[in-house]
Structures are given as C-alpha cells and as structure tokens.
Design a protein around this ligand. Structure first.
Ligand SMILES: *Cc1c(COP(=O)(O)O)cnc(C)c1O
Length: 432
C-alpha cells in the first residue's frame, strides 16, 4: 500500500495535506511517507521470514537522510555504490556492518574507506577489482569480505537502460568463469570469500526472470559453500512497482487491486523464491530500492501556465527534468493527479517543464482533469530515482524534500539557495 490519497477531495500524505506542505515549503517539492517506506520494508521482510535474510535498501534510489533513518530504525542494511553513499548511510545512523558496497568502478580511496568502516561485504565486479581490494586490505592489515557478482545471463525483459543480467552489459562475471575466479580469490591473503551476488535488472514485474536466475546460480552457490565456506547469497534488487493507477482515489491497498494482479507482490516473490533458496542453507541478502521507496514519494508542482497550440494542450509546471529525470531519461510513466480533486472534464494534456529540451515532458496527450494556472498537481511514484537524479541544469536549485509521519511533517532537505549553485565556482585570476 501507499499513503497518498484524497481526504475530502484534498490529496494527503498520511495525515498531512499536500496543499499545506506546498504552501509552507513552496514547489517543486518532494514528499515522502514514512509509513509507506516502513510498510514496504516490513511486507518484504515478513514474506521472507522463513529465510535468514538481510534487506539492504539500495540507497541509490533515494538517499535522503530522513528516508535512510526511517529504514535504519527498522534494522535495514544498505546497498551502497560509492564511498559517498557509505558516508551518507553512516551519517543517517545506518550500521556499516550491514552495508554492502557494489559498483564496477570502486576507487582505491573508496575501498580503503569501506575497509576502515568494516562493511559487511564488497560486491566485486572484475578480477582487477579483486586484486585491488586484496592489495589495499593488505596495506591496511585487514581482511576484505567479498562476494563476486555473477552474471547469470538471464534477460530480465525490462527497459534496455536498466537490464543488467545478460552478457551484453558491463555488470558481473560470466557464470562459467566463477568457479575458477573463486579458486584464485581463495589464494589471496587479504580476501575472505563471504558470498555470491547477482542483480539482473530493475523494475521487473514478473517472477520468471528471478526464478530462472536463482535456479541457475543455486547449484553454484552450493558448490562455493562447500569449497570456500561462503555464508550468503544475494539475489539483488529489481522488484518492480506499479506506476499506472498508482493512485486510485481512496484505494490504498493497491496491490490487492484488480490492476495489481499482474504485478509482483512480496508474497508472490517469496512464494517462488523461498523454496528455491531455503535448501541452500545460506543467508539471503536482498537489495531492493524502487520497491521500498518508489511509491513512497511524490513530486508536487505548480501549474505556471496553460498553453494551447493547434490541437495540443500544455500545462507548463514549475518542476522540470532537472527535478525528475525519469520521463526524459527512460520515457517512464508517472501518474499525474490534481492536488485538489477535480470534477473538470479530462483534457488530453502534455505536462511539461520549463527547460529548453523537448524531452522535458512528464506526460503526453494524457487525459487529465483540466488544470489552470496556479493549480497544484502531484507526480506520483517519484520516491525512487527521483530527487537522487536531480541536477541544477538551467541553474535551477535542487528541490526541497519533506518527510511525513502521521500528522507530522519535517523538511528533510531545504530548497537549495540559488547562490549555492555556483558557490564552488570562480572566475579565473586573469579575468580581473
Ligand atoms: C540499482 C541496483 C539495485 C536496486 O535496484 P531496484 O530496481 O531499485 O530494486 C540493487 N542492486 C544493484 C547491484 C543495483 O545496481
């Protein structure tokens, strides 16, 4: 479920009116629901209760400190992809011993930092990286816990920019090469073989690719356990969410809805995967990002102008692709709803930002109740890969973020001050 719904015709996040937040903090404004974050985390964790498991929230999907703390308080670990993310997780109160460090490009500084903090595991993506980690661990007189990312060569059948589990892309190591690599790694003095890891892609809405991949790597995991004493298998993240019909007025339990019958629920995910994983006798790690944060956030924006050109009807809003990149980058769908429930006749509308790029479009020809200048609209399911991908393109400040809990709300990131955007720049000395 999520906790964005109309109450007396006004969109609310839990017990707080969205219009009141917009009035207090301005727009564009990200609003996150603590209850939704917690609910998604707990549902997944409960579904996996038969397994000894650790959920490491993929913080690249949403790394706001308030969001991270909400999850850290539920004993979540964190899947991190940079030294910066490890620092951020710690700053939010996360436990580095529950952090895994992924990514194909880990620098020496990042590796040393992660070792000093005592992270749970490095997810290794290449032989060169393995050797680098061994070398740095040696220098620091530490033993680096590692898992190698296996590429199971399974097509996740998701968007081409977010599929990662086939030999066509840069991630992981081919399954055929894994046993030899573990044998080599076992000889490295400062390496401890702790697990085996995979992640096949993002926004998966069917169980089959997950099941195929787990079936493919399970025998390998068993062998590695016997030979090298690995203690965990990580099945990555990638659980998809509903972007369409994410908000049907008053209907909170969206995944029990008719529209949701084709979506992967935690129960379906667990029903298929638990029986495959349980016999392995390994701890199971998961790295969900979008599943936890996606429907837990919205982007609230103000209609600046309406414009009619020929047959088209445009609503030009004060959010733009710099605030929420997904539609421009992945052509992704986000539901857009008026903050004040409207009985106006739906008009085929293009909701667009003000940036000089045709890609700066949140939706095209979408039937939306007619909006007018000064109306607030909410772009839904913006909690994952939303703010974290925001930029200051066009010298537009980063938007503010609010976290709601029940009737309370807190500004968990101030709107950036315009002058801060070029604070770290300077003119050159010869430009008197
Ligand atoms: C991005 C990523 C995730 C999280 O993906 P979601 O689709 O948000 O669940 C998990 N693991 C790895 C290695 C990733 O790169």
């Amino acid at each position: 479920m999520h906790d964005f719904r109309y109450v007396n015709g006004r969109l609310h996040c839990e017990g707080v009116s969205i219009a009141s937040l917009a009035k207090q903090h301005g727009t564009p404004l990200y609003v996150y629901s603590s209850k939704t974050l917690a609910d998604h985390f707990t549902k997944l964790s409960n579904a996996l209760a038969p397994l000894d498991h650790l959920i490491c929230f993929a913080m690249k999907s949403n790394s706001n400190l308030g969001v991270l703390r909400t999850l850290a308080d539920l004993e979540s670990g964190f899947d991190t992809v940079s030294g910066g993310e490890i620092q951020r997780a710690i700053a939010a109160g996360g436990n580095p011993k529950k952090c895994v460090f992924a990514g194909v490009g880990k620098t020496a500084e990042e590796i040393a930092f992660a070792l000093r903090k005592g992270i749970y595991c490095f997810n290794v993506e290449s032989e060169a990286e393995l050797e680098r980690i061994n070398r740095i661990a040696g220098k620091l007189k530490k033993i680096a816990p590692i898992a190698i990312r296996v590429n199971p060569n399974v097509d996740a059948k998701t968007h081409k920019k977010i599929t990662t589990g086939t030999y066509e892309n840069k991630f992981g190591i081919a399954i055929e090469k894994i046993p030899a690599l573990y044998a080599r790694a076992a000889k490295l003095k400062h390496i401890r073989l702790r697990g085996l890891q995979m992640h096949i892609g993002s926004q998966l809405t069917q169980i089959k690719p997950f099941a195929d991949a787990v079936r493919k790597i399970a025998p390998l995991a068993v062998k590695l356990k016997a030979k090298h004493g690995i203690e965990f298998i990580s099945i990555g993240g990638g659980l998809g969410i509903m972007y369409e019909d994410a908000l049907v007025s008053g209907k909170a339990e969206w995944w029990n809805s008719k529209e949701a019958k084709n979506i992967l629920t935690p129960e379906k995910y667990a029903a298929t995967l638990v029986p495959l994983l349980q016999p392995l006798g390994l701890k199971v790690l998961l790295e969900p990002g979008r599943f936890i944060s996606g429907n837990a956030g919205i982007l609230v924006t103000n209609v600046e102008y309406v414009k009619r050109t020929g047959k088209k009807y445009f609503a030009i809003v004060d959010a733009a692709m710099n605030d929420l990149l997904r539609p421009a980058f992945y052509e992704s769908y986000h539901e857009i709803v008026p903050v004040k429930q409207s009985k106006a006749r739906p008009v085929n509308t293009d909701v667009v930002g003000g940036i000089c790029e045709t890609g700066d479009t949140f939706c095209k020809n979408r039937p939306i109740p007619r909006v007018a200048e000064g109306d607030l609209v909410a772009i839904l399911s913006a909690g994952a890969y939303g703010f974290v991908m925001a930029s200051t393109y066009n010298t537009r400040p980063l938007p503010a973020e609010v976290l709601v809990k029940g009737k309370e709300s807190a500004l968990v990131r101030k709107r950036q001050k315009i002058k801060k955007i070029w604070e770290e720049e300077a003119t050159a000395p010869w430009q008197k």
